[in-house]
Design a protein around this ligand. Sequence first.
Ligand code: SF4
Length: 404
Amino acid sequence: MAKTKVAIVKTCEQPDEKEIDAAVRRAVHLIGGLAETIKSGHTVIIKPNLVAVRPPESGATTDPRVCKAIADMVREMGARPIIAESSFVGLDTEEAIQVAGYDKLRDDGYEVLDLKQKGIEKVTIPVPEGRALKEVSVPRIVVEADAIISVPKMKTHDQAGVTLAVKNMKGVLPDAWKRRFHHTYGVFQSTADLLTVIKPSFAVVDGIISMNGLGPAFGEALEMDLIIAGTDAVAVDTVCCAVMGFELEECGCIREAAQMKVGIGDLSDIEVVGEAIAKVHYRFKRTEEAIAEAIPFPQGFNIVVDETACSGCRNQILSTLFDLKEANLLEEAAGWTVACGRMDQLPETPSERLLLVGACLARFKNEAAFVEGCPPNSRDVIRGFGVAQAVGMVDIDALEAEQD
Ligand code: SF4
């Protein structure tokens, strides 16, 4: 049987729109083009990663020029491309759309849809092959699309190792379901389950400016100048993992999808076309390596993240640490433990040195300092340390004055 193809195309340094267009077209051509799947009159969802309110050059969000190139190819097939996204829990997708430059695509006549906006109809669909998930609510426009193209950013992820074409699909869900994936079903298995019913026909990875280290939102931008594409999202992610120096074992969502045989997770069953993996390989920093470098924890400071915690809370805690570091207040956190996620038991630490972050821990709110919200924003987390101000930990007024 013919192996599934994954194309790796290297652009020039700092490619412009024309060069990105050429790279995307070459990658799609190398995997056999769109024509077998996309026909005239089809509706095609193009799903970027706009998880955070950050520009593409930060490495956090998909470059709109990559989506534009794909949308143009879809239009040339006589089909209707719709770029659609729902940013991470609690975040305003419209703001993410604007900061990432997708509003300019709108001005040029492309459809860019905020899947969180009022009026987006959801349908609950069964997940017959799901191991954890038996049903899921998804925007009707995604369910009824003739094809989906996952267009992720090449990034590390603090929980999933990396976030690529497979994990990107979780971003079509309403916030309530994103939360459930984390705290009810387990994000790795439920993301793999989702792929059995919402499966992209193509994956085109924006690896031009990628994110190294503290992904998915706070890592360093890393210029890789790559476009990686295929018809099998799991195979595309498997190749990306090899490029980034990750074992599949480290990448829960892709690993589970491969185990379920939703796609190919074995490099020996994939034909890599274009550049060779070895030629473009770069070992990405794991989140824990990056945290140790970027934020030297003060003595006794500890973060306890339950496996049910989603990006919302984890990122706000990291964001708070960055804010404290910027304000030269990081040392004040010595001896503190910050916890998030739906844990059954609180960490064993003195309650006067424990900060509970997020609604998942609301039932313990009388037992330690608590920050409400799902997720809380980082300023609320800082205010949570403000509770600690009573015991002299953080001068919250000075911190806020510095930030304003
Ligand atoms: S409180 Fe935090 S960890 Fe819990 S569901 Fe909300 S964002 Fe996720």
